[in-house]
Design a protein around this ligand. Structure first.
Ligand code: SF4
Ligand code: SF4
Ligand SMILES: [Zn+2]
Length: 283
C-alpha cells in the first residue's frame, strides 16, 4: 500500500519554520490557515532537505562543480516542473516583484512559446496538445534541448535567478548533484550536463547522489487518491506562465481560487483529481 510522503514529524516542523511564501515570518503567523500537511509545505521541506545534503557535501568535498551565481546557461534548457512548484514561484513573485515585473514575465513567456514553435516544432506540438505521460516522455527524450531563450524568471543581464529562494527542485540539483538511477528525468539526462560539466564519473565524484529524493518529488508532483496515483502533466516554467496568463487570473501572480496547495494533502489530492487533467494512472 503506497504511503503519503509525510509523517507527523515533518508536519510538526512546519508551523515554526519560515513560511513557504518567502515572507521570512513563521508559517503559523504568516499563513495560519495553511496546513502543515500541505503540498506547499512538503515540497518546501524537500527543497530544504536536498539543499542541506548538497551543502554538506560541498563543505566536505575538496572539489566543487563550477556552478556559481551569474552562470546561467542551464536556465535556457527545456525542462518541466510540477504545478505546485510553479504555484510557489507565483507566490514568491507576488510578494517580491513589482506588478510591471510580473506582467513582463508573462509577456516574455508568450514570446518564448512563439520562439519554441519556430525552433522546435515537435516539442511545441507535444507541449500544446494533449498527450499522456508516455507521449510527453518520448517528446522530451527526443526533442528537448537548449532553447534559444532563457527562463523568463532569469535576470538576463546579471544571469541571476530572480526567484532563487523559491526555485524548483531541478534548478537546485542540476549541476550540483547526480543520481545513479531513479526518476525519468535522470534517465533522460544527457551525458553532458552543460557546456562546463561533463556528466561522467568525475562529476559523480564531486557531487552527492540525490536519488532518494526523487520518489518524494514524484509523489508531490502527481496526485494520489487512495491506492491510485494519477500522473499530472508537468510543463516548463514559461508554459505554465502562458497557461495561467491565458486561463487563470490573467497576467498576474495572484492565485485566487487556484490557491489551494496549502490545503491538507488528501483534500488537495481529491480536488486535483476532480478538477485536474490527469493523463494516466499508475500504482
Ligand atoms: S549546471 Fe552548468 S551552466 Fe548551470 S550553473 Fe552549473 S556550471 Fe553553470
Ligand atoms: S527558476 Fe531560476 S534557476 Fe530555475 S531556470 Fe528559472 S531562472 Fe534558472
Ligand atoms: Zn506566508
Amino acid at each position: 500500500m503506497p504511503k503519503p510522503p509525510i509523517g507527523d514529524k515533518a508536519a510538526d516542523r512546519a508551523g515554526s519554520e519560515p513560511c513557504f511564501c518567502g515572507s521570512g515570518r513563521k508559517m503559523r503567523v504568516c499563513h495560519p490557515d495553511a496546513s502543515p500537511d500541505s503540498r506547499a509545505v512538503h515540497i518546501t521541506h524537500l527543497y530544504q532537505d536536498v539543499e542541506r545534503e548538497i551543502a554538506d557535501y560541498r563543505a566536505s568535498s575538496p572539489k566543487q562543480p563550477p556552478c556559481r551565481e551569474g552562470c546561467s546557461s542551464c536556465c535556457s534548457d527545456y525542462f518541466p516542473v510540477s504545478q505546485v512548484e510553479f504555484e510557489l514561484l507565483l507566490v514568491y513573485m507576488q510578494r517580491h516583484w513589482s506588478k510591471a515585473e510580473i506582467t513582463e514575465a508573462f509577456e516574455r513567456a508568450e514570446e518564448n512559446l512563439l520562439a519554441l514553435e519556430q525552433e522546435n516544432p515537435p516539442m511545441y506540438a507535444s507541449l500544446t496538445q494533449p498527450v499522456d505521460r508516455k507521449g510527453e516522455l518520448e517528446a522530451v527524450r527526443h526533442h528537448a534541448g537548449r532553447n534559444s531563450f532563457p527562463c523568463p524568471l532569469l535576470d538576463r543581464e546579471k544571469g541571476r535567478c530572480r526567484v532563487y529562494p523559491a526555485r524548483p527542485f531541478l534548478c537546485r540539483t542540476h549541476g550540483s548533484s547526480h543520481t545513479f538511477y531513479g526518476g525519468w528525468r535522470e534517465r533522460l539526462q544527457p551525458e553532458r550536463i552543460c557546456e562546463y560539466i561533463d556528466g561522467g564519473r568525475s562529476h559523480r565524484k564531486i557531487t552527492p547522489n540525490v536519488a532518494d529524493y526523487w520518489p518524494k518529488y514524484e509523489e508531490l508532483a502527481d496526485v494520489r487518491v487512495g491506492p491510485q496515483r494519477r500522473l499530472l502533466r508537468q510543463y516548463p516554467i514559461f508554459y505554465w506562465l502562458v497557461l495561467y496568463g491565458r486561463h487563470g487570473g490573467g497576467k498576474t501572480a495572484e492565485l485566487g481560487s487556484l490557491d489551494n496547495f496549502n490545503l491538507p494533502l488528501d483534500v488537495h489530492n481529491a480536488k486535483m483529481a476532480a478538477h485536474g487533467t490527469p493523463t494516466s494512472n499508475s500504482n
